[in-house]
Write a new protein. Structure first.
Length: 202
């Protein structure tokens, strides 16, 4: 049965990005510190080079994912990943307004303007029997608040950022706290990263 999941690389003090979108060079060192190459489908994103343990986790997650849900901020910040997401799946972008340079949906990007429930529903249609992955931050918060989230994956890295953005948005924004999780249901030790997975307690 397909799931709705979210996940992110996280610092030891709980941040998925530092202040003003900083800290990614420290958070994502594990993407380039190994011997196993994982190609990406994006012309703008080079192949990952990770440890064998991390490669097994990434390859399983990518193979089980059928569609993504992201916010307009990430879409703009990455310049739409050069036209195709690295995971080679369609991306549903939740936004207040469609970009002028994309007047129509296509096999790469679909734009939804009427809320997280509609975005996840559209992603499920695109994903078929596979999972839907919701981006961290505002999208993850809205999904958790709406009761749509099934699992959370954390790639925990040995760095402290001190401040920044958390997995479920800014501190104090989550409207359903506290939320309990089951697990970890999976723990994998990579090089410079520990992969953890939890289930949302329904």
């Amino acid at each position: 049965m397909s799931k709705v999941t979210t996940g992110a690389t996280m610092s030891l003090d709980g941040f998925i990005a530092g202040p003003e979108e900083s800290g990614f060079d420290l958070l994502f060192q594990w993407y380039v510190n190994g011997d196993v190459e994982i190609p990406t489908a994006s012309p703008a994103v080079p192949p990952l080079r990770v440890s064998a343990a991390s490669a097994a986790v990434v390859e399983e997650e990518w193979a089980s994912t059928g569609a993504l849900v992201v916010g307009r901020h990430l879409y703009d910040m990455t310049n739409a990943w050069g036209g195709r997401h690295p995971m080679d799946v369609p991306v549903v972008v939740l936004t207040h307004r469609r970009p002028q340079d994309r007047p129509q949906d296509d096999e790469d990007f679909v734009f939804v303007t009427d809320g997280i429930e509609a975005a996840v529903a559209r992603a499920k249609e695109l994903a078929g029997a596979k999972d839907v992955v919701v981006n961290g931050g505002q999208m993850a918060r809205q999904c958790l608040e709406a009761g749509l989230l099934d699992e959370v994956g954390i790639a925990l890295v040995p760095v402290v950022l001190g401040a920044g953005k958390t997995l479920f948005g800014e501190r104090g924004e989550l409207g359903v706290a506290p939320v309990q999780f089951e697990g970890p249901v999976s723990v994998v030790q990579g090089t410079g990263v520990t992969h953890l997975r939890y289930r949302v307690k329904k």
